[in-house]
Design a protein around this ligand. Structure first.
Ligand code: UD1
Ligand code: CA
Length: 467
């Protein structure tokens, strides 16, 4: 169920597309359902359905998550009614899971447990209950003296005595399709909100012996209504992600300031992560990699034993074994740094390929560049790849040496093992093994500095020259 408006988010973005650890909250629910073995997943959409569908298609593949439209939000019971045509040809004994789209922390194990409880229940229905740590306007589970579940009373409809009940409805259900078909059709909107309540199915299940309730920790079923909830669930999600990686062999110096998105991974063995590191998108990390303070990686493939030094920012980049990055490096999209290659402080790369053992240790901009094995890029080297209209490529072949403070005006090639003298502006290809130089010849004027200082000192002594 994901058709609701999410008014309290105060957002242009549909609530279920707000992200938790980098992944839209609805995608968490879909992922968990699939991991629990759901054969079909049908999203009930309403508010900005086209936007939500596009996000689902982009992540799971076109149409992989089916969509049922609920154009008018007339309650959770009505929402599920809108999905019934989609399951028309499914047999009555099929178990249907009904999940809330705005509660992303539900684990697939819990869904499996819920399904098993439904399968075992003579009433053919199970649901998750929870005891919230603070009063919440949730539906209350009303039981008889022997503990049989009688019904769920929604908060607005509950008496003060019923509101004192601590067991509340978490909003996740498993039910045999045959019962769902019959009971949904019998729902009526005779309640405080004038909606069709899905929770009334529980009262119907009483005739069959009563639905089974399974208690779930609040942190796992807690729904998101506003951005305060969003931040709380984010913290919970990160904790869960970090603990899983630590158990898998990753060291985190400060898990509380380590931000690893849900779709990141795998992370190898003996990965070491310092404080304030963020790993985002589809980043993968090989064995023995060290990621030092303040590094931010977005869609980066890191091979084994790479060292990313403090405050480096990398996106859409591929790093080979033992590469060294930073401190303060900026790898922009399309960067490839092969094995044993290094870039140092204040080096910016974009669509640049540094091949094995190449080095750019200080202050450089390398854009649209191919840099051969063991080439050395001096401090202050700039590839001038953009003339205001087009982008052009710089090729630096293996073993070439680019002297400090050089500009390479693309398109241009520096041949194998060639030298570019410091301060050169390269506008023509440099042949293999040659030296390129564009500097003007140096002139030394003997004694000039001494004479200059003497003249300055004399001027200072005359008072009327002191303005
Ligand atoms: C619902 C339950 C309540 C439970 C609580 C847990 C009902 C009647 N009540 O209440 O017992 O304690 O969840 O969070 O079900 N939705 C639609 N279409 C609609 C209405 C809702 O798709 O017409 C979706 C929402 O987008 C949301 C979910 O269903 O994902 C729950 O709806 P919401 O309005 O938040 O239900 P609650 O009043 O919180
Ligand atoms: Ca809710």
């Amino acid at each position: 169920m994901a058709a609701g408006l999410g008014t309290r988010m105060k957002s242009e973005t549909p609530k279920v597309l707000h992200r938790i650890a980098g992944r839209p909250m609805l995608h968490w629910v879909v992922t968990a359902a699939r991991a629990a073995g759901a054969q079909r997943v049908i999203a009930i959409l309403g508010h900005k359905a086209d936007v939500v569908k596009a996000a689902l298609d982009a992540s799971f593949g076109n149409g992989a998550v089916e969509v049922a439209l609920q154009t008018e939000q007339r309650g959770t019971g009505h929402a599920v009614q809108c999905a019934m045509p989609a399951v028309q040809s499914e047999p009555d004994d099929r178990i249907v899971l009904i999940l809330t789209g705005d509660a992303p922390m539900l684990a697939s194990e819990r869904i499996a447990e819920l399904t098993a409880a439904c399968a075992a229940s003579p009433a053919g229905m199970a649901l998750l209950s929870t005891v919230p740590p603070r009063p919440m306007p949730y539906g209350r589970l009303v039981r008889d003296a022997s503990g049989v579940l009688q019904k769920i009373v929604e908060h607005p409809d509950a008496t003060p005595e019923q509101r004192a009940i601590r067991d509340t409805n978490a909003g996740f259900y498993a039910i045999r399709l045959g019962h769902l078909r019959k009971d949904l059709a019998a729902l009526r909107a005779d309640n405080a909100k004038g909606e069709l309540y899905l929770t009334d199915l529980v009262a119907h299940a009483l005739a069959r012996g009563g639905a089974t309730a399974i208690d779930a920790p609040f942190t796992e079923v807690c729904g998101i209504n506003d951005r305060v909830d969003l931040a709380q669930v984010e913290t919970e999600a990160r904790k869960r992600i970090n603990e899983a990686w630590m158990r898998a062999g990753v060291t985190m110096v400060d898990p509380a300031s380590t931000f690893i998105d849900a779709d990141v991974g795998p992370l190898g063995k003996d990965v070491w992560i310092a404080a304030n590191v963020a790993l985002r998108g589809k980043t993968t990390i090989g064995d023995g990699v060290r990621i030092d303070l303040g590094a931010v990686l977005n869609d980066v493939q890191v091979a084994e034993n790479v060292y990313i030094k403090p405050y480096s920012v990398l996106s859409d980049t591929i790093l080979g074994p033992r590469a060294e990055i930073g401190p303060f490096s900026h790898c922009r999209p399309g960067t490839r740094i092969d094995e044993d290659a290094r870039i140092g402080n204040f080096v910016e790369t974009k669509k640049a390929h540094l091949m094995a053992g190449a080095k750019a240790n200080h202050l450089a901009y390398l854009g649209d560049a191919s840099i051969g094995t063991k080439a050395n890029i001096g401090a202050g080297t700039i590839t001038c790849n953009y003339d205001g209209v087009g982008k052009y490529k710089t090729t630096i072949e293996a073993g070439a040496f680019i002297g400090s403070d050089s500009q390479l005006v693309a398109p241009v090639t520096v041949g194998r093992d060639a030298y570019v003298g410091s301060g050169t502006t390269v506008t023509k290809d440099v042949p293999r093994g040659a030296l390129a130089l564009t500097r003007v010849k140096q002139v030394n004027v003997e004694g000039w500095a001494d004479r200059f200082r003497e003249a300055q000192a004399k001027r200072k002594q005359k008072p009327d020259n002191d303005h």
